[in-house]
Ligand binder design. Structure first.
Ligand SMILES: NC(=O)c1ccc[n+]([C@@H]2O[C@H](COP(=O)([O-])OP(=O)(O)OC[C@H]3O[C@@H](n4cnc5c(N)ncnc54)[C@H](OP(=O)(O)O)[C@@H]3O)[C@@H](O)[C@H]2O)c1
Length: 385
């Protein structure tokens, strides 16, 4: 029987497989969570921005009341949303979650992303031109406030989400309590080897979100669960494609949190501990990487915003990551492109993919992640992309 729990660097254990709850409707969350607990799930991945914490909490409470589980048997992850990055709002954000989900503590609390937004009731505050309004708070300050939550006993573990290598490294040089996990998008089309190896070397476990690559998320993208390579491996082990890609994650030592509201799939996704993929099959799956991302963390920003960022806040930044979007064209491989901006500053770009003239640009120091039009990049950097 394969190991069903992981041990964090701090000695705490956590179930390696959890139920994702993003896009579970409030009308379905209670029943889904109850069903998953009956099946055997003991780890539920939640977030304030998912908007269903109350209903998830009802499901957990019902199963505690029925005597199926005790509080200490279930591991609940929550996430601090981007509008609560100001240190004085961090505890407030957590307490709102605890109140909604009806728990006295969380087992794991993550910073949902390194990027803070303007505080307020609007989850995605935007300028009139449609670009996101950031709050200018350094994620280090937010994280330090999260450390205080551990000291107060409000959360058992803390971690991060959507952090890249540079952000993790910078955080590690500035924190007291190391994050236990970095929750990132990860599936065979986006294996994130470098980030996984880096986090692993620091004792931080990866949690793979979107592990099934959200089948059918786009009519123009291949469906991972219909990929002939995955089907071939699944046939060999007499398992389903979903079970193979979930097992793939656990064999990499990653926690994994597939979402489903369908009873048969909730069951199917849980039954991954009775087989083991061979090193050759793990290699085959690793070879499917194409750096294709389902989630582009932040929405399209206008040329005005990128001008603003490049000229002001990012003027002292020397390294920028360009990430891929779905529907990519052209550059399939990582390319390092040293560029100079109009002010003579040098930038090191890592281009993952360029898509229909738009490039997702992630600044790995202050973590702005923006889409930049090709025309603007051409103009700004005097270089033809
Ligand atoms: N930290 C972050 O920024 C972040 C971002 C995104 C997601 N997450 C977390 O990660 C979780 C998982 O990611 P995700 O929900 O985006 O994508 P996912 O788990 O890769 O895919 C979910 C989709 O797959 C379907 N599905 C589930 N099991 C299946 C199976 N065995 N066969 C065929 N289809 C199946 C589900 O349909 P049905 O529900 O209809 O069965 C649903 O449409 C989220 O729920 C959330 O908790 C975190």
């Amino acid at each position: 029987m394969a190991e069903q729990v992981v041990k964090f660097y701090n000695g705490n254990t956590y179930p390696i497989l959890g139920l994702g709850t993003w896009q579970i409707k409030t009308t379905e969350a209670n029943e889904t969570v109850k069903y998953a607990i009956d099946v055997g799930y003991r780890h539920i991945d939640c977030a304030s921005i998912f908007g269903n914490e109350y209903e998830v909490g009802l499901g957990i409470a019902a199963k505690i009341k029925e005597g199926v589980i005790k509080r200490e048997d279930i591991f609940v992850t929550g996430k601090l949303w981007n509008t609560h990055h100001q240190p004085n709002l961090v505890e407030f954000g957590l307490k709102k979650t605890l109140q909604l989900i009806n728990l006295e503590y969380l087992d794991l609390y993550l910073m949902h992303s390194p990027m803070g937004f303007q505080p307020g009731d609007i989850a995605f505050p935007k300028r009139r031109d449609g670009s996101i309004i950031e709050d200018g708070i350094d994620y280090i300050d937010t994280y330090r406030a999260m450390e205080g939550l551990v000291e107060k006993g409000l959360v058992k573990n803390i971690g991060i989400s959507n952090f890249n290598c540079q952000q993790v490294e910078r955080l590690l040089s500035n924190c007291t309590i190391k994050p236990v996990t970095n929750q990132i998008e990860c599936h065979p089309y986006l294996i994130e080897k470098e980030l996984s190896d880096f986090c692993n070397s620091k004792g931080i476990l990866i949690t793979a979100y979107c592990p099934l690559c959200k089948p059918g998320f786009s009519a123009n993208e291949p469906n991972l669960l219909e990929d002939p390579k995955i089907i071939a491996v699944a046939t060999k082990y007499k398992k389903t494609p979903a079970q193979v890609v979930l097992r793939y994650q656990t064999q990499r030592g990653h926690l994994v949190i597939p979402k489903s509201v369908t009873e048969s799939r909730i069951q199917e996704n849980f039954n991954i501990f009775d087989f083991e993929l061979s090193p050759e099959d793990m290699n085959t799956i690793n070879g499917m990487n194409s750096n294709t991302r389902v989630y582009v963390i932040f929405e399209l920003c206008t040329d005005t915003t990128i001008h603003h960022c490049l000229h002001n806040r990012m003027s002292n930044i020397r390294k920028i990551h360009l990430h891929c979007l779905p529907h990519p064209i052209a550059l399939n491989q990582l390319v390092d492109i040293p560029l100079k901006d109009l002010a003579g500053h040098h930038y090191n770009y890592m281009v993952h993919r360029i898509n229909h003239g738009y490039i997702c640009l992630c600044n790995c120091i202050c973590s702005l992640q923006l889409n930049v039009s090709k025309t603007l990049l051409d103009k700004f950097f005097h270089k033809d992309f």
